[in-house]
Design a protein around this ligand. Structure first.
Ligand SMILES: C[S@@+](CC[C@H](N)C(=O)[O-])C[C@H]1O[C@@H](n2cnc3c(N)ncnc32)[C@H](O)[C@@H]1O
Length: 312
């Protein structure tokens, strides 16, 4: 089968919103080629050095690649993606070169293309993420290993927005908590939550590809009895009381359901929000405060911000 590869040369800060646009447009598999990430990843891996091929990454900026099936709507889809990316200017997001190229590829070439960028990585005090196709021996006795094959869903676990969530979950999830993960993607945050001792986790995503991927990853990590994965729009139809809600979604989306999150969370329970580009920090913080939360922690990594908010 033939696919169209859309390649966008952009900046680190635009990766998340562009990936979101590509997913919304129905793109399968988003590959991010970023020299800085690759080098950092090598530093984080316990004692293992992987070869870097200079052809694997751009010298400056970031390349986001996505794959679209070749059908008669391709032209309109690409035009829609270009328009949505250009519209990001209104949010003051620097798009860098914003070079967009399209080429034709065979299915087998892209289905595994992203795997070469993905290796075991320690992302918090206790959690190490290991791709399912890599061998890894735990270094510490209390190390929690998440085996992951994100497939075409977002969530290799190494994106700053995900790392911030896992670091927060490690500090705030208590044994036997009931937790909701909004926008679960590959299921990585739900799996971390279950391994940290939660007794019940609801993993929700609007995208059926993510739902399927999260179910598979929960089974791989043997947490399918704790994590229930379902297709759901944000918190629609969900009932509380909940100890912790975690959501790694764009700021624009978080502000839409902050009030409902407040309703569902127990007094003294936590709302962990991530996926917030730094220019949107104040907007999300205001929404949290207005809903009745107090912000107990503000976490920053690169251009990304995460909040830990407590219900008073
Ligand atoms: C940035 S990814 C986060 C994935 C994963 N939780 C992580 O931290 O790596 C955001 C996810 O939210 C999902 N999403 C977007 N809008 C949604 C909505 N209205 N309801 C549920 N999920 C949504 C997307 O499909 C995507 O999988």
């Amino acid at each position: 089968m033939k696919w169209s590869e859309l390649s966008i040369h952009t900046t680190q800060e635009a990766v998340e919103p562009i990936s979101h646009i590509l997913h919304e447009a129905g793109a399968s598999g988003v590959v991010i080629e970023d020299k800085a990430d690759l080098l950092k990843e090598r530093e984080n891996v316990y004692g293992e050095i992987y070869q870097l091929d200079p052809n694997d990454y751009p010298n400056e900026g970031v390349i986001v690649k996505a794959y679209l099936s070749m059908n008669s709507f391709l032209g309109e889809t690409v035009d829609g993606i270009k328009a949505a990316i250009n519209h990001l200017h209104v949010y003051n997001i620097d798009l860098g070169k914003n070079n967009i190229t399209i080429s034709e590829v065979n299915e087998e070439d892209w289905a595994t293309a992203w795997k070469k960028y993905y290796h075991p990585v320690k992302i918090s005090e206790r959690v190490t993420i290991v791709p399912t196709w890599e061998m890894y021996e735990p270094v510490h006795t209390d190390e929690l290993i998440i085996e992951l094959d994100p497939g075409m869903a977002f969530g290799t676990g190494t994106h700053p927005t995900t790392v911030l969530c896992i670091q927060a979950l490690e500090r705030y999830v208590q044994k036997n908590d009931f937790v909701i993960d909004v926008g679960t993607g590959s299921g990585v945050l739900s799996i971390a939550t279950a391994l940290l001792g939660a007794s019940s986790v609801k993993a929700l995503d609007l995208d059926p590809v993510a739902v399927e991927s999260a179910r598979i990853n929960c089974k791989i990590n043997k947490v399918q009895h704790v994590v229930e994965v379902s297709q759901n729009n944000l918190l629609e139809g969900l009932e509380g009381p909940v100890d912790v809600i975690v959501a790694n979604i764009l700021a624009e989306v978080i502000v839409r359901f902050v009030d409902q999150a407040h309703e569902l969370i127990k007094t003294n329970g936590y709302f962990i929000t991530s996926g917030i580009i730094h220019t949107k920090k104040a907007e999300v913080k205001d929404a949290l405060l207005q809903a009745g939360f107090e912000v107990v922690e503000t976490m920053v990594m690169e251009d990304w911000v995460a909040f830990v908010a407590r219900k008073k």
